[in-house]
Design a protein around this ligand. Structure first.
Ligand code: HEM
Length: 117
């Protein structure tokens, strides 16, 4: 079921992604992965992805999760930490708990394409 409006629509998703990037930037263990990253592109692709996953009017135009995270050797602990940072970002954005759970649940199937690659 669609929950884009529960995330706060376009403005809500933008706020979540901005908070998420901010959380990442303050985490010593996670930010190092993003040293060579074009943050403007990352922001745009995350907004598209969260919008699309929640049933909003967006297409995801980024690369596959497998291609993007290939060679990073992301551990389970690092993956779990990034999920925590996303939860903190949604708390800060005032996202209702039900919508938070739904976004996390829709990203969970991507885990095998992201860790140990
Ligand atoms: C639920 C988990 C995750 C999701 C949904 C996700 C999603 C994404 C998306 C949509 C992009 C942009 C793709 C593009 O530019 O085409 C991206 C890039 C990136 N992700 Fe993730 N990601 C996740 C977990 C992680 C974790 C755990 C790490 C590292 C600890 C990580 C590190 C990166 C890095 C470094 C980039 C930028 C790659 C580059 O510079 O080209 N991601 N991710």
């Amino acid at each position: 079921d669609d929950y884009y409006q529960e995330l706060g629509g376009k403005e809500g998703v933008e706020k979540i992604v901005d908070n998420f990037i901010n959380e990442i930037s303050f985490d010593q263990n996670i930010v190092k992965f993003f040293e060579g990253t074009d943050i403007t592109r990352l922001r745009e692709k995350l907004i598209e992805q969260f919008c699309h996953e929640s049933g909003g009017p967006c297409e995801y135009t980024g690369d596959s999760m497998k291609d993007v995270h290939a060679g990073m050797k992301i551990t389970k602990a690092e993956f779990n930490r990034v999920v925590e940072l996303l939860q903190a970002a949604m708390d800060d954005a005032g996202t209702p708990q039900t919508a938070q759970n739904r976004l996390i649940r829709s990203l969970a199937p991507m885990r095998p394409d992201i860790i140990h690659q």
